[in-house]
Design a protein around this ligand. Structure first.
Ligand code: NAP
Length: 242
């Protein structure tokens, strides 16, 4: 059992890992989820445990509702509660719209948007019983601005913003806050193969890529520090889409 628990999907690498570590520093026990890279997940678990909290990793596909239901039930049985949910797991399958097949469309919509519906459903039920909770959805600046070659990803990330605002309105009376972070250009495995970085820097007022830790601080603010903030989208992008 846990006194306070945070669940971070896609918490084994990149932004999710930084969020898990930041919340562990606040004293939360941590459950991370991941898709397949068990080595990275195990390494992250060791780093979290070194901060003196409980930590466990659950491998399941967030785009598969049956797998989500089975694993969230196991997590609730083991830890007894979920105080913070970070819906962070995500992928890209970029292509120009005219060339984009249904496979790339569905993979991104299911992994980045439907996943938040699947995971939040059982988590909201336990948060309603607790009469408290905080959810942070990992959107993206392209969910606000759109982007060439990312119709699927932008649509999913815009969908997360709609989900965030609707859930904030539905769940506020139960003392459950729901917010989103919209990261800009962050240095992780997801962006390591991008080639137009110099062009991107010209567009970013702060003249650097963000770090996973930059995003984790915003997640901590929304999930832990704030108490009267709900339904908001916090852009953490060095000023990219001012
Ligand atoms: P990343 O380094 O590629 O890490 C992705 C994480 O998600 C990994 O833990 C991965 O698990 C997990 N994952 C992927 N598909 C999954 C699935 N179907 N089920 C469960 N877990 C899954 O990505 P990142 O850059 O940290 O991005 C994290 C989030 O931030 C994503 O939602 C992304 O869209 C968003 N974001 C990123 C940027 C950026 O510039 N990096 C900008 C805006 C928004 P495995 O390790 O097992 O593969």
């Amino acid at each position: 059992m846990s006194e306070k628990l945070a669940l971070v999907t896609g918490g084994s690498r990149g932004i999710g890992k930084a969020c898990a570590l930041e919340l562990a520093k606040c004293g939360y026990d941590i459950v991370i989820n991941y898709a397949g890279n068990t080595e990275a997940a195990n390494k992250t678990i060791e780093e979290i445990k070194a901060l003196g909290v409980q930590a466990e990793a659950y491998k399941f596909d967030v785009s598969n509702q049956a797998e989500v239901d089975e694993n969230i039930a196991k997590i609730i049985e083991k830890f007894g509660r979920i105080d913070i949910l970070v819906n962070n797991a995500g992928i890209t399958r970029d292509d120009l719209f005219i060339r984009m097949g249904e496979d790339k469309w569905s993979a991104v919509i299911n992994t980045n948007l439907s996943s938040a519906f699947y995971v939040s459903k059982p988590v909201v039920k336990i948060m309603m019983k607790q009469r408290s909770g905080a959810i942070v959805n990992m959107s993206s600046v392209v969910g606000v601005s759109g982007n060439v070659g990312q119709a699927n990803y932008s649509a999913a990330k815009a969908g997360l913003i709609g989900l965030t605002k609707s859930l904030a309105k539905e769940l506020g009376a139960r003392n459950i806050r729901v917010n989103a972070v919209a990261p800009g250009f962050i240095a992780t495995d997801m962006t390591k193969d991008l080639t137009n970085t110099e062009e991107m820097m010209k567009l970013i007022p702060l003249k650097r890529m963000g770090t996973p830790e930059d995003i984790a601080k915003a997640v901590k603010f929304l999930a832990v520090d704030s108490s009267y903030v709900t339904g908001q989208v916090l852009e953490v992008d060095g000023g990219l889409i001012i």
